[in-house]
Design a protein around this ligand. Structure first.
Ligand code: FES
Length: 163
């Protein structure tokens, strides 16, 4: 009879976990596109920026929250990061949004739409469309935050110059 050792228990547990992960992934493959799964499991630009030029945190109707930071230099978005406590789809959407706006001017970034995110992902199931809306709403709010901060900065600068 085989002696049960701690090593055997660990490898059995690892194998079971691996099998479960494979089963979940297989199930997800039937629901999400490869591109969505790739972006959800390996999202780009996750994190926060130190002293962001614009920032926003939005909670969607599902109760999940997404935060986005943008860094703007000479009217160009030079960096963009996000974090979310939401589902895998919100992770994928956040990742795609940050990639879509990096290198764009503020005006160009304002023209990015939810359909652009969906087109990169190859679509989302109906019940996850609100996750892409959450990512887009957060981007818009971060851009608006930048615009209003920038307006105030310009006002202060003009005041100083007039003195
Ligand atoms: Fe809440 Fe996707 S962000 S379910």
């Amino acid at each position: 009879m085989e002696k049960i050792t701690e090593k055997n228990e660990t490898s059995d547990f690892d194998e079971l976990t691996k099998k479960m992960e494979e089963e979940i992934l297989e199930e997800e493959r039937g629901i999400y596109t490869e591109k969505t799964l790739e972006a959800a499991y390996n999202p780009k630009n996750v994190g926060e920026l130190e002293a962001p030029s614009g920032a926003a945190r939005v909670t969607g109707p599902c109760g999940d929250t997404l935060q986005m930071h943008i860094k703007v230099e000479e009217n160009k978005i030079v960096d963009c990061k996000f974090i979310t406590d939401g589902c895998g789809a919100s992770m994928a959407c956040g990742s795609v949004v940050t990639e879509l706006v990096k290198g764009k001017t503020i005006e160009e970034a304002l023209t990015v739409e939810g359909k652009d995110v969906l087109s990169v992902l190859g679509g989302l199931p109906e019940e996850n469309i609100h996750c892409s809306v959450l990512a887009m709403d957060t981007l818009r709010a971060a851009l608006e935050d930048y615009k209003s901060k920038n307006k105030n900065r310009n006002k202060k600068r003009n005041k100083k110059e007039r003195r």
